[in-house]
Every structure is written in C-alpha cells, then in structure tokens.
Ligand binder design. Structure first.
Ligand code: MG
Ligand code: ZN
Length: 373
C-alpha cells in the first residue's frame, strides 16, 4: 500500500519534471486585442434603478444583462456634489471635471479638446445620435465649446464646422429659426453634409457626411409614438461607418430617461429605458459579430431619486403600511438629479478596464487607454 502510494507520488513528481503538454491557455479576446471602434451609449439620468426597471417591465430578458465587465462611477462635478448633463458629458468627452452648465470648457472657461476632435485628427469617423436636440448638453459636449449649455444657437453654429461625420436627433430650430436670421443648414451643406429634416434616409455614400434633424427641439417621447427612431438611427450610423472603412467613435444618447425622471413619470421613464435597451441589443449584436468594437453603457447621473418600491395595499392595526412584495409601484424622491453612483457596463476588447470604482472623467482615459492612446 505504502509502495503504491510512493509510486503514485513518484509518477506525479516525474510529470512535473517533464515538458508540459502543449495546452493553449484560454486567452480572453478582451485581453488579446485593442478595439478598432468605440461606441459610447449614455442613458441620461439612468441610475441603477432605471436600469433595473428593464428587468421588471420589459417583455424579454434585458440586453443590459449581456455585459460582464461592470463598474461604478462617481459623478460629482467640480463645483457641485451633484453633476448636471453638461459637466457630466464634458467629463466623458474631455476627461475633466468642470462646473455644471459647462460644454467643452474647464473651470476657467477655457476650451478642452474632445475625444471626437482627438480621434478625428487620427483618421476616425465620428458620430452622435440623440433623442434630444443635437445641440442639447450631452451631445454638444462632444463637439462644441461654450460657457453655458443654454447657448444652443452657438452650439448649432459649431456643429457645422465640427469634425462630426454623422449625426441624428432633434434641434432643427437652432439651425433654421435663429435670432441672427442665418440658416445653418446652408452652412452644413457647404461643409459637406447631406442634411435631411424629414426622415432617416438610407442611401449612404462614401466620404459624405450626414445630418438628420428630425424635430424642432427634442424628438417625441416613446409614449407619444416616437417609435424605433433610436434603433434605426443607430443601424444607419453603423451602416455608414462600415461603408467608410475607417475606425469610428459613436456616441448614442437616450436623452429622455432624464426627462421622465424630472417629470416623475414612471411610464415615460420606463418606456425610454426599454427603447434604450433595444438599441443596446443592436449595438451588442454588431460588436459580437465584428469582435473589434468596445461598447460602453453608462449615464451622466441619476434623475428623480427613482425607486422600485413595493405597492402599499393597506394598514395593519398599528397603522403601519402593509406591502405587497409581488407588485412594484415606482416612486420618486426628487424632481432633480440625485447623487447616487452610476453603473458602467462594458463589452468587447479592453472592456475589463471598466471594472471597478472610479470617477466619471476616468471613462475618457479608459476609452483612450483601450485604444492605446
Ligand atoms: Mg442629455
Ligand atoms: Zn436632467
């Protein structure tokens, strides 16, 4: 018996001394390659509770659940404990903490280069899609530089000379019905844009730029019949970028999750979240198939202090609430933004960079690190 044990041990030691067999370690694609493309999806006002609502109010398993690299970001602004969309998006776009209201400028109101500007110089194609006006704080922070987010006419003027190649959203009036009387659609056209103010057209050409301005200000709400605009604009952008045969950076914003939160309207908010989840599915399908695209989903801040509370169905003899834990009754604690940490979901090459706890402006540096820049 002892001899048998010894011989097993001997064999074991022998095995350790011989050359190990050729075993290929499973290397995660995310560790092996750098992404060619980055798609940043921003759910304005989408905290963890807004995201969670897709698990309770959707009809299918949410696409949010397809992510494996998950982090949390702290969204404090430079001059305020609670950020707004302007300083929040400037943190993602330019890597700085700045004051609330700032679009692409720092605390001294000095312009800071955006990731769109950085990557355009290096030959990337770039795009922005939004369900607000394209001049609203979130998309504006990726191409414009103004002291205050309310300067939407000035922001529109900067779009026509920006390095953006594809954009889709609302905001036509800031281009066309301006106080200075100029029609910026002419400026867009003379800067190489094909502009469409009526529909998402599908005939795309190489080396052309495209601008879709499909509402005077924000696009309609989902609950008022917007339909699959965000998914269709995203698909059109992906088709456009494939045609250009260049690496690309695309920012897609679901703007109105925030507006539903400000209005304290759960139905408005949840329908926007479910629409955003559909878009995320489309983007993940693309990224899975190509294998060369880093996808990041996050938010600038939470809006509404949204809570998935249990329904109160009565009082007990002591006067305390009786809850039905099988029924969710969404509630809100504020009509403003809240200070909660924000989830960051990442997929694709280098997505593991987004695991952990960090500041909102670190997302900029993580995107650059992922691209090796
Ligand atoms: Mg926004
Ligand atoms: Zn807001």
């Amino acid at each position: 018996m002892v001899a048998k044990k010894l011989s097993i041990l001997f064999l074991f030691v022998l095995c350790f001394n011989c050359t190990p067999p050729e075993v290929k370690k499973p290397i995660k694609e995310t560790q092996a390659t750098k992404p060619a493309n980055v798609i940043l999806l921003i759910g304005d006002g989408m905290g963890l509770t807004q995201l969670s609502s897709s698990f309770y109010f959707g009809t299918t398993k949410p696409n949010f659940s397809r992510f494996k690299s998950i982090g949390l970001s702290n969204v404090i602004a430079a001059n305020s404990k609670i950020t707004d969309s302007a300083s929040g998006a400037t943190a993602f776009a330019s890597g700085i903490k700045t004051y609330n209201g700032a679009i692409g400028v720092d605390m001294d109101k000095i312009q800071v280069e955006t990731i769109v500007e950085v990557l355009s110089k290096e030959g990337y194609a770039t795009g922005l899609i939004s369900t607000s006006s394209i001049t609203h704080a979130t998309p504006a922070s990726f191409y414009a530089h103004v002291e205050n987010r309310n300067q939407e006419e000035a922001i529109a003027a900067q779009m026509s000379t920006s390095t953006i190649d594809f954009f889709a959203g609302g905001g036509l009036k800031f281009f066309q019905k301006r106080k200075d009387g100029t029609n910026l659609l002419t400026a867009l056209t003379s800067n190489g844009f094909i502009v469409n103010t009526t529909e998402l057209s599908s005939s795309l050409e190489v080396d052309k730029k495209y601008g879709f301005l499909l509402a005077d200000e924000g696009m309609p709400k989902m609950i008022e019949g917007r339909g699959p605009f965000l998914s269709e604009a995203t698909q059109l952008a992906l088709n456009y970028f494939e045609l250009q045969e260049k690496p690309f950076f695309l920012m897609i914003e679901s703007s109105q999750i925030d507006w539903g939160g400000h209005d304290n309207k759960a139905d408005y908010l949840i329908k926007e979240v479910l629409d955003f989840d559909d878009v995320i599915g489309k983007v993940l399908d693309f990224a899975e198939e190509r294998g060369n695209t880093l996808v990041i989903v996050t938010a600038d801040h939470e809006t509404g202090g949204f809570s998935l509370s249990p329904e109160v169905i009565g009082k007990n003899p002591k006067g305390e609430d009786i809850h039905d834990y099988n029924r969710i009754h969404p509630t809100f604690s504020t009509s403003g933004h809240s200070a909660t940490l924000i989830p960051v979901l990442a997929f694709g090459p280098q997505s593991e960079l987004f695991i952990g706890f960090y500041e909102n402006n670190d997302i900029y540096y993580k995107m650059r690190a992922a691209l090796g820049k």
